[in-house]
Ligand binder design. Sequence first.
Ligand code: FAD
Length: 333
Amino acid sequence: MIEDHRGIWVFAEVVDGNIAGVSLELLGAGRELADKLETPLAAVLLGHEVRHLTDPLIHHGADEVYVIDAPVLKDYRTEPYLAGMGKLARMHLPEIILYGATPNGKDIASAVATDLKTGLTADCTMLDVDVDKRLLEASRPAFGGNIMATILCKKHRPQMATVRPKVMKALEPDASRKGTVMEESLDMKEADIRTKVLEIVKGPGKSVNLEDADVIVCGGKGMGDEQGFQLIHQFAETIGATVGGTRDAVEAGWLSHDHQVGQTGETVTPKIYFAIGVSGAIQHTVGMKNSEMIIAINKDPEAPIFEVATYGIVGDAREILPVLIHAFDELLK
Ligand code: FAD
């Protein structure tokens, strides 16, 4: 029965022995939803020798942590993780489960959805709840990104969603928070599992690290051509920023896909984000709208980028940037 389900869960992903940033961000989002629904927020921690990681989960907002600590959970594999999640969900009947939209988060979320015969909304950019109906409102770009769709799962529980890293905000950790840790076992032996992890080989690193950049200078199609785009590189270099680009700038061949910000690129939350010659299409803004400060330069005063900008400069970027570069050069001498 749907009414028997209570509580919001966050799948706590472990990466290199630590809780993944996205899981802490989801605890921040989950805390807000749990408070609205007046229900506990729990983190689900699966792994081997991970008991010490329950504290950070509680400090970041969890009221409860369900832990299964078993050798078969040392490295992520669908079978044992699904067995663990399935067991816990059947025992404790959560009403909502949130996962990071990482490769492992997406894998476990879809496996759990199939196992529990429930719905899953992938790559959400906004989460809310209808308190009266106790429905998760999971929003994401749809139909080629032309509209934002809010998706409900009315007839099945748990309601589930994946959310990309950097979309939600983690709470400041509060070391004085107390929570309950509940440990369960997993009745599964290595011999029961078909997949074996023989070696973990890290892929080549990205050529740019947009995710951790404090300041990003993002150029769009409005820079006109490759030569115009050089002003973006020059400005970024002058102020010590990382270069980003819109999909149209990437498709024009002015920079590589590693630099793309947005729905099919990176989600970023720098302290300062310059959007220069960028129109502000929704597929772009979903990837940068949570930046602390957004400064837009666009010659069209009606450009949608100004709706998310903290400060806006209306004018020709090809005239404004050389002035800014010169001014910062002088200032930083
Ligand atoms: P435009 O929309 O062409 O805007 C150029 C802007 O520059 C205009 O506002 C114009 O007024 C201004 N301008 C022109 N000349 C000047 C000048 N001299 N000085 C100042 N301003 C000037 N886009 C992304 O960015 N990231 C994504 O991840 C992404 N994923 C997508 C996924 C899907 C499924 C789809 C359908 C689209 C996606 N897009 C993505 C594309 C997105 O819809 C837009 O087409 C794209 O963001 C527009 O790029 P732009 O702002 O550089 O170009």
